[in-house]
Design a protein around this ligand. Structure first.
Ligand SMILES: [Zn+2]
Ligand SMILES: [Zn+2]
Length: 246
């Protein structure tokens, strides 16, 4: 059994994993089958996330199988699952209004709590979500990044035919393109990287282009998925008057 660790910024170590501590009643042990590498894993590695703590085991986009279930965990062994990446206290004002994602007491696995780039790990069962049989592991590994987009697009209340510009065609950008298109929006995607734009060639109804080709004041909604200061600044000029971006 081995695990990946970031000992300190720019120092990645593959090492034998210590045996897991005995399982608490509320925990499950998960055998990892798939893990996605997120931009934030790279930022932790490069020392660019202020609240990261070291050493830390990266990995929060995880799919696995429950191998052992604590006495009150209530998730049968053999269940295929994904995990939520942030812990929460369950008691503060945010948790009480179902905004656990912004709980001030949260820990983020892979950043300031150990993540799942390991053969197996244990976690409180309340952070574990079973997945249906028809969703493959390869697709399930995208559930966590897709949840980010579902959360964002819900706020926009998209209507069929709304024009949406997606800036950046990384994982989050492409998932935004797919979901906004599925919801009936008229989607345009931009990136400065030609190779990323090429990934959209098999979707001819999506306009995929370089940012320079976009006219100002054109879109009902702009989704910023590149994460650079320049793209955050430029997204406002592509919005129609009075509309929204996130
Ligand atoms: Zn992620
Ligand atoms: Zn809380």
């Amino acid at each position: 059994m081995s695990e990946l660790f970031i000992a300190e910024p720019n120092s990645l170590v593959l090492r034998d994993s210590a045996p897991l501590e005995s399982l608490r009643a509320n925990e499950v042990k998960i055998r990892v089958t798939y893990g996605g590498i997120c931009g934030s894993d790279l930022s932790v590695y490069r020392g660019k996330i202020q609240h990261a703590t070291y050493p830390v085991r990266p990995g929060h986009e995880l799919v696995g199988v429950v191998e052992e279930s604590g006495s009150v965990a209530n998730i049968p062994e053999g269940t295929r699952v994904v995990v939520t990446p942030n812990t929460f206290c369950g008691e503060c004002e945010y948790c009480l209004r179902e905004q656990e994602n912004i709980c001030p007491h949260k820990k983020s696995i892979g950043i300031n709590a150990d993540g799942g780039f390991s053969h197996e790990f244990s976690i409180d069962a309340r952070y574990v979500i079973p997945i249906p049989d028809e969703v493959s592991d390869e697709k399930a590994v995208l559930i966590e990044p897709l949840a980010v987009i579902v959360h964002g697009l819900k706020k926009l209340n998209l209507r069929k035919g709304d024009s949406v510009l997606v800036i950046g065609c990384g994982t989050e950008g492409l998932l935004t393109v797919a979901l906004a298109d599925y919801l009936g929006a008229d989607v345009t995607a931009v990136d400065i990287n030609e190779e990323k734009l090429k990934m959209l060639e098999s979707f001819p109804h999506i306009q995929a282009t370089h940012p320079d080709a976009i006219d100002p004041d054109t879109f009902d909604y702009v989704v910023e998925a590149a994460g650079t200061p320049q793209s955050v600044q430029s997204c406002f000029r592509w919005l129609k008057q009075g509309d929204l971006c996130f």
